[in-house]
Ligand binder design. Structure first.
Ligand code: GCV
Length: 733
């Protein structure tokens, strides 16, 4: 049949109607797509606050001639130009109502105006922001000991404006509590990001070193704005090629670009590199040629990158090579690398995420068992990088007992920012509450007040170096993190790495103001959603201390029934141990004894089902289904109630968000709304699958008042996700 012009018109009309119905097509090019992150700098227009700002900042004077000075100048030109259009003038002489930025070295007037102790306590990276007189003029002064400190002060000042704070009488003094504040990218050289859910890796290795994507600059700005000072570029499951001249040239290009922003580059290394790319017979740390190879490699790196940060190492874990391959211990491997880096000021971050089925020891105990005896054996430039919990970034875990166990060895925190076990990039889970919960927990290592935060910042044991790493959730997606709200996790990680005493609530509010709106209703609603979100996810995924029940390999969705994989600890059944008698892992002395790794009185508190906080109950105890919980319900009913509560609250999050329509940018609104719809559906899926599965053990009915789960257990078991994102990529070595 001929395709007549009449038919063509009819098809066109139908297509047009479809497009008109499609809400995405209604968006405009200038709608907010999330690229600008929290550095949106929206115009303050004619608000009273804008008038006070405009009076207070009639001119800007950046006194440092360095590359960092230029970065500060550019940021202010862009930010103030956008927030207070038309009011901005740059000067190089001091006048009244000026924003004056500098260091004692860059300006003698600033130097003269400061007393000796003013900058004494802020260290190399801190700053002061003060309304004061300099050279007889009333200025707002941002001063620091270094240009980088001044950059951090500048971003802090801009944050005050972005969140509509008064700048009338400022007297702020800040410095970071932790030395190394870094993102760990688990990005492969192929641009595949392991456990990444926001598209490809942002590092375009193929186009580097000559093509420097604008994204790299914006990434550096974003990191500097929250005080991050390090980035490890590649996956801890590392390919040796990263250390070849071809790739080091690319790494150097990024390091040069990041330097003015105060960001050092680190690399994950493959322990077998001397053998694989160096042509040596082995990579045994006892082989002098191997030690020499690393020294030569370090020299080569520092020739290209004078401020190179150091190495991040995953050794003898999940199939990665390490000193154990030659019967050597972790300290021997770490110290060999430390010796190669030390002459250049570099550090080694050696990961404690090790477990092996051959050990026969229950998995949660293994890192402590391996590293506690090595306390005091590492060089001064080695930090041990420990995941927050003893297993692996679960929605909730107790803190790793390694925090507080090694007075002579700095323990560096590793948090996950990407959501491998928390719904990927479609579940809104604000991690500020998780970070705060962990950092504020008391280890009791040196009596009351020995918080995890104080172990990590080095103050508890007086360590000479401290660090915090976040496994990045950043990818090449236009909005960076695959979900606008999850930008807040990158943000809160940086803010808490700078100051672990900040509250999740305060940071959530600050982020919402900068990213979404300063309207009080939006700020309140969004902050409340964020603050509740993690507990909601815990409820619909792994309540009451359950863990690791995600689908095998990809970790997407529920699969608590998996029991037949090669190694016991690969199976979810290993982590919940449900049977006819009850559920949970007995980690007390009558069982796995992991509880013994904690200090008193934590040990005692967790030892009894009567005193343990119920959120950790099934982590430490195997509890009968009819055990009476604090609510008065039997355990089975309580567990089911948690699942139902989680799913119900996930649905409510979406309804609450729906109420923000028209109050924030339409595209931001719509993107989050769509993701919340997915989350609500998947929360139901988690609830139904888990409740139906555990019911096969409890043999108890769904509590009164709750509807029976939809579908059958067999339906849920049959679900397959061969192309779920983020899984490990097949390895070449
Ligand atoms: C980089 C978990 C993840 C792995 C990750 C590993 C680690 O096991 O599933 O993808 O590997 O942690 O932290 O090394």
């Amino acid at each position: 049949m001929m395709f007549t012009s009449y038919m063509r018109t009819a098809v066109a009309i139908v297509l047009l109607a479809l497009v008109a119905n499609n809400t995405i097509a209604q968006f405009h090019f200038n709608d907010e797509d999330g690229y600008r992150l929290w550095l949106k700098y929206d115009a303050l227009s004619d608000t009273p606050i804008a008038n006070t700002y405009a009076k207070k900042i009639t001119t800007v004077n950046v006194t440092m001639p360095s590359a960092t000075g230029t970065v500060i100048q550019q940021e202010l030109r862009y930010a103030l130009g956008a927030m207070l259009p038309g009011t901005l003038h740059f000067r190089d002489s001091i006048n009244d109502n000026q924003l004056l930025i500098g260091t004692p070295a860059s300006s003698s007037a600033i130097k003269k105006s400061l007393s000796k102790k003013d900058l004494k306590h802020v260290g190399d990276e801190g700053f002061i922001i003060r309304s004061q007189t300099v050279a007889g003029k009333n200025v707002t002064l941002i001063a620091a000991n270094s240009d980088i400190g001044a950059l951090y002060g500048t971003f802090h000042f801009l944050r005050l404006l972005q969140t509509h704070q008064s700048i009338a009488r400022l007297d702020i003094s800040e410095s970071p509590k932790v030395d190394v504040r870094m993102l760990n990218h688990w990005d492969n050289l192929s641009r595949y990001a392991e456990r990444g859910y926001a598209g490809q890796s942002i590092w375009n290795w193929h186009k580097l070193p000559d093509y420097l994507d604008q994204r790299y600059y914006d990434y550096a700005r974003a990191n500097a704005s929250i005080g991050l000072n390090g980035v490890s570029l590649n996956n801890v499951n590392a390919t040796p090629e990263i250390l070849t001249p071809q790739y080091l040239e690319k790494v150097a290009a990024l390091a040069d670009l990041f330097r003015p922003y105060g960001i050092k580059v680190y690399l994950s290394i493959n322990f077998s590199s001397p053998h694989i790319i160096g042509g040596l017979d082995n990579s045994d740390p006892a082989n002098p040629k191997v030690g020499q190879w690393w020294k030569n490699k370090a020299n080569e790196i520092y020739q290209r990158i004078p401020n190179f940060g150091g190495f991040l190492v995953k050794a003898n874990s999940e199939g990665e090579p390490g000193p154990g391959d030659y019967g050597r211990s972790h300290d021997m491997g770490a110290n060999m690398l430390a010796d190669a880096l030390a002459p250049h000021g570099g550090i080694v971050m050696w990961r404690a995420f090790v477990y092996a089925h051959e050990s026969g020891e229950e998995r949660s105990k293994q890192a402590y068992s391996e590293f506690k005896p090595l306390d005091g054996k590492f060089r001064d430039n080695v930090l041990i990088q420990v995941k927050n919990g003893p297993i692996d970034f679960q929605p909730r875990e107790p803190f790793s007992p390694l925090f507080g166990a090694t007075p002579k060895t700095p323990m560096m925190m590793e948090f996950q920012v990407t959501q491998e076990y928390l719904g990927f990039s479609t579940h809104l889970v604000y991690l500020g509450t998780l970070y705060e919960e962990v950092l504020k927990t008391d280890t009791w290592a040196k009596g009351q007040g020995s918080t995890v935060g104080r172990v990590v910042d080095g103050s508890l044991f007086n360590n000479s170096i401290s660090g915090m790493a976040g496994v990045s959730n950043i990818g090449a997606d236009r909005n960076w993190t695959g979900h606008i709200m999850l930008q807040s996790n990158w943000y809160v990680f940086g803010r808490m790495a700078w100051d672990h005493e900040l509250t999740a609530q305060a940071v959530a509010e600050e982020w919402a103001r900068m990213t979404l709106s300063n309207d009080w209703e939006v700020v309140n609603t969004v902050t409340q959603i964020m603050m509740n979100s993690r507990e909601i996810a815990v409820n619909y995924m792994t309540p009451l201390g359950l863990a690791h029940m995600m689908g095998t390999g990809h970790h997407y969705g529920p699969a608590p029934w998996v029991s037949e994989l090669g190694r016991p600890e690969w199976n979810p059944v290993y982590y919940h141990r449900a049977d006819k008698n009850g559920i949970g892992v007995n980690r007390t002395p009558t069982g796995e004894s992991a509880i013994e790794q904690y200090h008193e009185p934590v040990r005692k508190l967790y030892s009894s089902t009567e005193t343990i906080p119920e959120e950790f109950l099934l982590w430490f105890h195997h509890v009968p289904w009819d055990h009476t919980m604090r609510s008065g319900r039997p355990l089975w009913d309580e567990l089911v109630h948690h699942y139902y509560q989680g799913a119900e609250d996930a649905a409510k999050m979406k309804t609450t968000w729906d109420g923000l329509e028209g109050k924030i940018d339409p595209y931001q609104f719509k993107q989050v709304q769509m993701a919340l719809g997915i989350q609500a559906k998947e929360a139901d899926w988690w609830r139904n699958a888990c409740v139906l599965y555990f019911q096969t053990f409890s043999d108890m009915p769904i509590p009164e008042g709750l509807k029976a789960p939809k579908g059958t257990l067999e339906d849920y078991k049959a679900m397959r996700f061969p192309f779920a994102p983020g899984n490990t990529e097949p390895r070449r070595h």
